[in-house]
Design a protein around this ligand. Structure first.
Ligand SMILES: Nc1ncnc2c1ncn2[C@@H]1O[C@H](COP(=O)(O)OP(=O)(O)OP(=O)(O)O)[C@@H](O)[C@H]1O
Ligand SMILES: [Mg+2]
Length: 426
């Protein structure tokens, strides 16, 4: 017995990196409208006019980041030929930055040399903006485009989304024409932008809709031709792509595309599915990828996705789910909200979390239902009895349990023998 040898594989993949998320495809397909709109919004820059501020939004995996990169590279290349225009670009992913202050501080550091970096805390907030404006002012460029990706991370603290797009109009920066491109996949964030931010950031909004199965199929075919051995793709006159492959059985790509289209319309999900299916075929030593591999891969990908979404839930939502888990153990699901609430209160007290009102937990239950973790049913008690709602899991309870158990704060609730769930007051 020992470890298996690492041997170079495989008969399946020619270059599996092509299917990974970080891979930069050469061409962006199926996004002609969005690219056109995007390019036209940036045209003023090339004519030497002040840039428009843009807001890009759409669900996860629909090509927002990729399109942005490509457009900016294009603009960067094309400006070489222009004498009067010099555009500088800054891109910042705001994923882990939860305030305008942090975004401003990180931007300042993007402009500065390594030895002049500032610390991410400790300045008065007025000062941090002044420093940012100074950096923009002294740029050796006519224009600066600031791309703020995953900008929803800053939540309500959105001062920068007002101040930066308005930097020229408000007289904070005179020498450089500043344009902001905000990107987000959070529709609540978009809907809740304050009126003044909407006014300043959203000169133009570009919506990236989810891909349909046909579009996903084309994206997949394009990638598959690079990723797998003996696989080629041809674009027909009608714009459709035709794949021929000794590795992929005919149903594989349509099925990956259909699964991803049904669920999210995300190219990222579709690519992940195809990659996983290939992985499974390789692990089995199979020479071809079949429909069965895709179905198995879908289960794994789906499970990973749900797991990740669950793990990101706030503690109060996890405590609510814990209440449902207890009821599941008692075999009394579906259950009414007051029963869930009783269990929730005990769990919240046990880990010293704030105990929220029954009303708040009702809202949590609705959110969890919207997110697809719970099912709700209306029960009627006949003409006089009125109606009430009952909740149960719409995903597997053992998955919920696994994820909650991994959360450091919730661990105390699983400290019975072999991780069984405990609440003293029961
Ligand atoms: N039209 C397309 N053609 C080829 N590949 C695409 C296309 N759209 C998306 N992809 C691929 O799908 C993945 C996700 O795309 P991207 O990162 O741009 O999504 P996003 O909209 O920024 O998602 P998020 O909101 O999660 O950041 C990437 O691997 C990208 O290469
Ligand atoms: Mg992105």
């Amino acid at each position: 017995m020992g470890l298996e040898r690492f041997t170079p594989d495989s008969t399946i993949f020619a270059d599996e990196a092509v299917l990974r998320d970080g891979y930069r495809p050469e061409k962006l397909i199926e996004r002609d409208n969005e690219l056109e709109q995007y390019q036209s919004a940036l045209k003023p820059v090339i004519n030497g006019a002040p840039p428009k501020n843009l807001f890009l939004y759409g669900q996860t995996g629909v090509g927002k980041t990729l399109s942005s990169r490509m457009i900016i590279e294009r603009l960067d290349a094309d400006q070489e030929d222009l004498d009067d225009v010099e555009v500088s670009f800054v891109e910042l992913n705001c994923k882990s930055l939860n305030s305008s202050y942090q975004v401003a501080a990180n931007l300042i550091n993007k402009f500065r040399e390594p030895e002049d970096q500032i610390k991410p805390t400790g300045y008065p907030s007025g000062m941090i903006f002044t420093m940012l404006f100074e950096e923009l002012e002294k740029l050796d460029a006519t224009h600066c485009l600031v791309v703020l990706d995953e900008i929803d991370a800053i939540g309500n603290d959105d001062d920068i989304l007002y101040k930066l797009p308005r930097a020229n109009d408000n007289g904070n920066v005179a020498n450089t024409a500043v344009g902001v491109i905000g990107i987000s996949n959070d529709f609540t964030f978009r809907d809740n932008l304050s009126a003044r931010v909407k006014d300043s950031l959203c000169d133009e909004e570009i919506h990236f809709p989810p891909y349909d199965a046909n579009e996903l199929g084309n994206i997949l075919k394009q990638r598959a031709s690079e990723a797998f051995h003996n696989t080629t793709v041809q674009e027909r006159d009608d714009g459709e792509f035709e794949l021929s492959s000794e590795i992929l059985e005919d149903d594989v790509i349509p099925l990956c595309a259909a699964f991803a289209a049904q669920d999210s319309g995300s190219a990222r999900q579709a690519l992940k599915l195809l990659y996983k299916a290939g992985d499974m075929a390789r692990d089995e030593g199979s020479e071809r990828i079949s429909e069965g591999h895709v179905r198995n891969a879908d289960e794994v990908v789906e499970r990973d996705k749900v797991r990740e979404e669950l793990s990101r839930l706030p503690t109060q939502s996890k405590l609510t789910l814990y209440g449902l888990l207890l009821l599941e153990e008692e075999d009394v699901l579906p259950a009414k909200r007051n029963r869930i609430y009783e269990r929730y209160v005990l769990a919240a007290k046990r880990i010293d979390a704030e105990v929220r009102t029954d009303r708040t937990i009702h809202d949590r239950l609705s959110q969890l239902t919207l997110k697809g973790f719970l099912d709700v049913r209306e029960q009627n008690k006949g003409p006089k009895g009125g109606s009430y709602y009952e909740y149960e899991f719409s995903i597997r309870a053992d998955l919920v349990r696994d994820v909650l158990q991994e959360d450091g704060r919730m661990q105390e609730l699983f400290e019975g023998t072999d991780g069984s769930m405990t609440l003293d007051s029961f």
